[in-house]
Design a binder for this molecule. Structure first.
Ligand code: ZN
Length: 371
């Protein structure tokens, strides 16, 4: 294993942060990229990365890593250091207010124009040409801020990978995934290995989150070169929501790491017999059918349903209670679906989104991701 340090642009004299990447196997074959805690306050992925590292060290020592596996055990040193009044933040940069998982730069048109003369009828050769050009374009891109240099570092490490796993978590939730619709055929086995209850599908959901920055280049190039050059969906990129923020236990993390490695073995990046594909624990649904549940008025919040419950339209999920007037406001599910995530705060201010139910029909439009 080779550890590589990537210094970020220094925002002020005397301070410099860095990202560390751990490299297993050898370049040239299929490549997987895994990062943890892009939202600095989401820790389950960091513990999974610790277990992945231990298991990968053993596999590497035994010469069993046959592909290339890059692990970034902590992807956001800026967010990790954000403590304010004893609370850990980590989701938004304090300078710009930008979400650390949005606004990844787009090199799609630039790269398409640069490589067009080199493309042909061999899809695999086209993939190799596009990957090389994309990586060079990302690494050569100009950055002005520490945040931009963090995005460039992460994208530079991942943009030429076959498999990208971005390890996040929700507040309180079941295991679920986000991926772009063209990735679903390749994601379906991953969902089985991880035991995901739900995969939320969208295409270009808005504001360029990290996973979509890695996957959308391929379907956009496919569309750009349609009828001229074959361009396959060469990257499976997935945001893995490792349950809730306090689901940080060795039991869960060791099992999740083992399941990720089973998938990588199944995909041929680790030597040994292909593991048997597990039974599906859930299904895929449109992100546009994931319904936010809002508290229309403030009060103490108490849930009547646990995450993982299948609910019907009109089922009461939670109550918001005004302690002054004793008014009780019922929060009901707007759809039949899976009650898959809820907040961990128990005071709701007016208009706060406190939970999510995944329905089967796409009903929302516009930008589909929350803040
Ligand atoms: Zn996150």
């Amino acid at each position: 294993m080779q550890a590589v340090r990537h210094p970020l642009l220094s925002p002020a004299p005397g301070t410099q942060r860095e990202i560390v990447s751990l490299h297993y196997g050898r370049p040239g074959g299929p490549k997987a990229y895994i990062q943890a805690s892009l939202h600095g306050d989401e820790l389950p992925g960091m513990l999974v990365a610790h277990h992945l590292r231990r298991q990968l060290d053993a596999l590497d020592a035994a010469g069993q890593v046959t592909g290339e596996i890059v692990l970034v055990p902590m992807a956001n040193p800026i967010g990790l250091s954000q403590f304010l009044l004893h609370a850990h933040l980590g989701r938004f940069e304090l300078m710009s207010g930008e979400n650390f998982n949005r606004h990844y730069p787009d090199q799609i048109e630039t790269v398409a124009q640069a490589v067009e003369p080199q493309l042909g009828q061999d899809a695999a050769a086209n993939v190799a040409v596009l990957r090389r050009a994309l990586k060079a374009a990302v690494e050569a891109s100009h950055v002005d801020t520490e945040l931009q240099s963090q995005r460039r570092t992460l994208l530079g490490l991942s943009c030429d990978a076959d498999i990208v796993l971005d390890l996040h978590c929700d507040a309180q939730a079941v295991m679920h995934l986000y991926t772009e619709t063209p990735c679903w055929p390749d994601c379906e086995p991953l969902a089985r290995f991880l035991g995901a209850r739900l995969t939320l599908l969208a295409q270009d959901s808005g504001d360029n989150p990290f996973d979509e920055a890695c996957s959308q280049v391929w379907w956009k190039w496919n569309r750009h070169f349609a009828g001229r050059f074959p361009i396959p969906q060469a990257c499976l990129s997935v945001t893995v929501e490792l349950r809730g923020a306090t689901d940080v236990t060795h039991e869960l993390a060791a099992a999740d790491a083992r399941r990720i490695l089973d998938f990588l073995r199944w995909r041929g990046l680790i030597a040994g017999d292909k593991p048997v594909l597990p039974e599906a624990q859930g299904d895929a649904r449109p992100l546009a059918g994931s319904m936010p549940i809002y508290a229309p008025r403030p009060g103490v919040l108490t849930f009547l349903k646990d995450v993982g419950a299948e609910v019907k339209t009109g089922d009461v999920l939670a109550e918001v209670i005004d302690p002054i007037t004793a008014e009780v406001c019922e929060l009901k599910s707007p759809v039949d679906g899976l009650f898959f995530a809820r907040d961990f705060l128990r005071f709701a201010n007016a208009g706060m989104r406190v939970a999510k139910v995944a329905g089967h029909e796409a009903v929302r439009t516009g930008k589909l991701l929350g803040a």
